[in-house]
Design a protein around this ligand. Structure first.
Ligand code: CAA
Length: 258
């Protein structure tokens, strides 16, 4: 089935998912979230894809959950709706590496979806914020938790309580964003990173991601123990043998499990 509210492009082992409701600044409505979840499950199952880029357009990555869609909702509408319980979280459940390439507004749910990605590459025009307080609500898909872990309590409280936006330079200083580049370089930079990632062993990328993410749930001791066990388990893989042998033989590795 074709997609209407997102674009899905494949280039070699990299897929790019582009949110595509420009007139609404890519506000995240239920049909778009369902398409995003469907695209990610398609890409998860596709062994030919090793890394995904999630992006928007120059003006907006996404300006948040669709306010017009939810203004009249009651508790049960929101509670039962798949866009919050299942579809919005498709990004956090995605097991392959996924990069957010952000230009323009990443607000509310837009900032939250970007933070569900493994890392964010931003253009100089990017603006991040959790302005839900202005609407009489609070962030609803992880903003209070992920933003606080990314930038610390002081800045997270500042952003959530005032609803102000943070520009790309501040977001990079605060640790929310991995790199900031010129607008025109955004997609090339994201693609270069994605190609590099997709050239590694796919299961080892997935394990790496699982171990880093586990660190947000575990104590330091448990996290280090989990890392050590996973590190040791990699010595059962052909890709570990290939990676290390290629280094010793001074050649590029050809990972079997890509
Ligand atoms: N939901 C629905 N429509 C939205 C939207 C949103 N989150 N953000 C923008 N739009 C729509 C506008 O209504 C407008 O549509 P019309 O032309 O039909 O009026 C169109 O996109 C363009 O927006 P603006 O005219 O407002 O553009 P601007 O350049 O003047 O302002 C902006 C840009 C500052 C981002 C402003 O649009 C804005 O403040 N948007 C809302 C941001 C926000 O509050 N996000 C949080 C949503 S709640 C949430 O996300 C909850 C959660 O955690 C899950």
């Amino acid at each position: 089935m074709a997609y209407e509210l997102i674009d899905l492009d494949r280039d070699g082992r990299v897929a790019t998912v582009t949110l595509n409701r420009p007139k609404a600044l890519n506000a995240l409505n239920a049909p778009m979230m369902a398409e995003l979840a469907r695209a990610l499950s398609e890409l998860e199952a596709d062994d030919g894809i090793g890394c995904v880029i999630l992006t928007g357009n120059e003006k907006a990555f996404a300006a948040g959950a669709d306010i017009k869609e939810m203004v009249d909702d009651q508790f049960l509408d929101i509670y039962k709706n798949d866009r919050f319980e299942a579809n919005h979280c498709a990004v956090e459940r995605f097991r392959k590496p996924i990069i957010a390439a952000v230009s323009g507004y990443a607000l509310g749910g837009g900032c939250e979806i970007a933070m569900m990605c493994d890392f964010i590459i931003a253009s100089e025009t990017a603006k991040f914020g959790q302005p839900e307080i202005n609407l009489g609500v609070i962030p609803g898909i992880g903003g209070t938790q992920r933003l606080t872990r990314a930038v610390g309590k002081a800045k997270a409280m500042d952003l959530c309580l005032t609803g102000r936006m943070m520009d790309a330079a501040e977001a990079e200083r605060a640790g929310l964003v991995a790199r900031v580049v010129a607008v025109d370089d955004l997609m090339d930079t994201a693609r270069d990173a994605a190609v590099k990632i997709a050239g590694h062993s796919q299961p080892i990328n997935m394990i790496l991601k699982e171990v880093v993410d586990a660190g947000f749930e575990l104590s330091l001791r448990e996290g280090i123990r989990f890392e050590r066990r996973m590190f040791q388990s990699l010595f059962t893989t052909e890709d570990q043998k290939e990676g290390m042998t290629a280094f010793i033989e001074k050649r590029k590795p050809h990972f079997k499990h890509r």
